[in-house]
Ligand binder design. Sequence first.
Ligand SMILES: C[S@@+](CC[C@H](N)C(=O)[O-])C[C@H]1O[C@@H](n2cnc3c(N)ncnc32)[C@H](O)[C@@H]1O
Length: 428
Amino acid sequence: MPSILETTVLSYGANGDGLVLIDDKPAYIPQAVPGDRLKLRVGDDRHIDVLDILTPSPNRVEPVCTLFGTCGGCSMQTISLPALLEWKTGLVQHALDRAGFRNLPHIEATQVPPLSRRRIDLAFQRLPGRVVLGLHRRHGDVVDMTECHVIDPALFALLDPLRDVLSSLGAVTGGGDLQINLYTSGPDILISTDATLAPTDRVKLAAFGRVHKIPRISWRSKRRPNEGYEIVAQQGPVFHAFGAVKLTPPPGGFLQASAQSETAIADAVLAALPALNRKDPIVELFAGFGTLTVPLAQKGRVLAYEGHFEAIAALRSGAVGQRIETTHRDLTRQPLIAKELAKARVVVLDPPHAGALIQMDHIARSNVEDIVYISCNPQALQKDSALLQKAGYEVLSISVIDQFLWSTEVEAVVAFTKSRKRLSRRQT
Ligand SMILES: C[S@@+](CC[C@H](N)C(=O)[O-])C[C@H]1O[C@@H](n2cnc3c(N)ncnc32)[C@H](O)[C@@H]1O
């Protein structure tokens, strides 16, 4: 027999659903906000329906987007942005706490504005008579992105024309993916389809690029992504500027999600460095095509390592004349060992979502005094930094950057040190 009950949402689970206790067992309710008093119907199979929000949490707000709840992009639009930032800050704090660190310093937290996202990964699907283009609904098909409060309006304006051109392509037989990076030179588009592009498809994409002033459109097989990409249409130079340094990133290159977060992350990294002479070696791991490498080179001599060949090649050719040495290296298969790390005055690492456990093990065994870790995943931060904690490092500073608004994702820049002198000046 289903039961009706009233309960209060206690907190969020890791995936942003509200946690309640039913018969002392945890259950998670999408869109519920900690502090909400809810009336629920609980089925025999423990399926839960929210019948009413009896008293909304003080942090509850109306979702800004009419696609909220359908589109898989934003799961956290029922909580105010300041409260969301506080929750994300707590995730980072909790991760470091669970890694064993005590007496954590004050956390600096910033949030990017809406409509600032300049990197999007979308999916498309051919339906009778049209193509839908957007994000997958949670565990489901593609939801047409007819509204978005996250992405840069320049990217949103391309979506309708993209639907038209995709629906005209013979290669779009079923579903596919689309990645757009808004580089300094303009939008850079990478399309993946199951079928190979026909010659007429290439003509259509070139015309699309000319009309919409897209410097480069590339294509790769969705079935064989490891075969790389081909440039289908190029109207002009492709470049991205880090200050005065201009580089030519590869299609699909890693770009920080917004210009504001790129600046906030780079500023936090620079502020976390120890005092350096311009010749001091900075070992930078997971450098991408140079978001942090270029600013770091203003402070010391950067030895940058990256596993994506084309990204590091772009950095190498764009950073000529800077104090930057580049190495293509897979840091999971061939991590830098303690002996190699000994040359570093400081190690800066910005690993992918899974973290860098293997590499971190070697860092923890090295004699490097200062480590700056850029994290996009608190769980990985916890595992990786636990190795530093065991090796005697302490947390010197923490910056949290919310660059994926209305999602559970959170970025953090954490400085670890063994230097008693630096720790004595730590802000608490
Ligand atoms: C979070 S991105 C950071 C890139 C850069 N620091 C930035 O801010 O633009 C992580 C980078 O790690 C690289 N990467 C992923 N796995 C790797 C591995 N096993 N070895 C070396 N680099 C890897 C990716 O290609 C990507 O450039």
